[in-house]
Write a protein that binds this ligand. Structure first.
Ligand code: PMP
Ligand code: GLN
Length: 381
């Protein structure tokens, strides 16, 4: 059957989690934590259900969450937003990405993005009938290559789809890199849609710089985030997008026909989370930083070449030293060989040769799980 989604099969995350369940392997594939989020946030959801917040919330989201999103952007980044016109609550960041691209792109428009890219980007660009133009971030440092980025822009560029901190590389874009991207966007009069779901997961002093804080960018930028990563509640699917009222209204028009609304009682719970004190956000990043160290050290001991991430909860390793010639085959065989699941990075690429032997592992897992995973990988060589 030839459809607009021809060529897009099952997502790698669903496939790899199913493989983990089937084989009983440790799942370092799909990125989700194996512990619950903060107790006050969980309690707030229970209270919301008990208090009867179980019907459709308003189409733009409950006021308490829109206000909390605006207050969070002000508190952490000094960004001022009107919660009534500049914040839209969505069903996860995934819906926000889809609503923004469908709202802003006409068929035939081009979207510039980096590869490897998060898997929904390619699919959503295809849904909009737009074309993706990519610039490759290369292992092991994943630096922006100015020449290929410039070459990805054309007179058909409608928007740039950015992600910082970046999944799957763990890269946190530097100010210089963001300024280059933004100056090209301004030159081509393009919008920027920036996916910042890992905004609080940065390590070693790396600073997350929201695109909307760069000069001249607020008026052309849609910023996306979600409560899933920050509060370890990936199943709640509470996301949001923010930006100029006119762009947010365009996204709202699309969003209301995708899902209308979602996640009713989880919205006030995430609002509560966004208001937690700085200690929560710093403590969570510190705990993930220690897990990053544990996994990076373990993978290196196991013989892999590792790119040390400064953000997110993913690490990319080169499995070539373990004899891997194709990470797709390697990852499918890994549960049988040693009881661990990882994700081949080539599935996030158009240029698969850029990542032939690279594997992404998630470290948002309990320490004993990570210890056991690296012990098993170490027994491979
Ligand atoms: N963007 C990136 C970069 C992601 O890693 C994810 C996965 N959480 C999403 C978007 C989707 O977020 P959500 O689960 O809130 O839809
Ligand atoms: N963001 C998660 C990851 O990259 C998975 C989200 C999903 O399964 N769609 O692993």
């Amino acid at each position: 059957l030839v459809t607009r989604m021809h060529g897009f099969g099952a997502t790698i995350f669903g496939e790899m989690s199913a493989l983990a369940v089937r084989t009983g392997a440790i799942n370092l594939g799909q990125g989700f934590p194996d512990t619950d989020g903060p107790q006050p946030v969980l309690d707030a959801a229970r209270e919301a259900i008990a208090s009867g917040l179980n019907q459709y919330p308003p189409p733009t989201g409950l006021p308490v969450l829109r206000e909390a999103v605006a207050a969070h952007q002000q508190r952490f980044y000094g960004i001022h937003l009107d919660p009534d016109t500049q914040v839209l609550v969505t069903v996860g960041a995934t819906e926000a990405i889809a609503a923004a691209i469908l709202a802003l792109c006409e068929p035939g428009d081009e979207v510039v993005t980096f590869e490897p890219y998060y898997d929904s980007y390619a699919a959503t660009i295809a849904l909009a009938g737009a074309t993706r133009r990519t610039s490759v971030l290369r292992f092991p440092d994943f630096a922006v290559d100015e020449a290929s980025l410039r070459a990805a822009f054309s007179d058909r560029t409608r928007l740039v789809l950015l992600n910082t901190p970046h999944n799957p590389t763990g890269k946190v874009f530097t100010r210089e890199e963001l300024e280059l991207v933004c100056s090209l966007a301004r030159e081509h009069d393009a919008y920027v849609v920036t996916d910042e779901v890992y905004e609080h997961l940065t390590f070693d002093g790396a600073q997350h710089i929201p695109v909307a804080t760069l000069p001249g960018m607020a008026e052309r930028t849609i910023t996306i985030s979600s409560g899933g990563k920050t509060f370890s509640t990936t199943g709640w699917k509470v996301g949001w997008l923010t930006g100029p009222a006119e762009l947010v209204a365009a996204c709202r028009t699309v969003k209301q026909f995708l899902t209308y609304v979602g996640s009713g009682p989880f919205q006030p719970a995430i609002a509560h989370g966004l208001g937690l004190d700085d200690g929560y956000f710093e403590g969570f990043a510190a705990s993930l930083s220690a897990k990053r160290d544990l996994l990076v050290t373990g993978l290196e001991r196991a013989g892999l070449r590792v790119s040390r991430p400064s953000g997110t909860y993913f690490v990319i390793a080169d499995a070539a030293p373990l004899g891997a010639s194709d990470a797709v085959d390697f990852c499918w065989e890994l549960p049988e060989r040693c009881g661990v699941v990882g994700v081949p990075v080539s599935v996030f690429h158009d240029d698969e040769d850029a990542a032939r032997t690279l594997v992404r592992f998630a470290f948002c897992k309990q320490d004993d799980v990570l210890h056991e995973a690296v012990r098993r990988l170490g027994a491979l060589s």
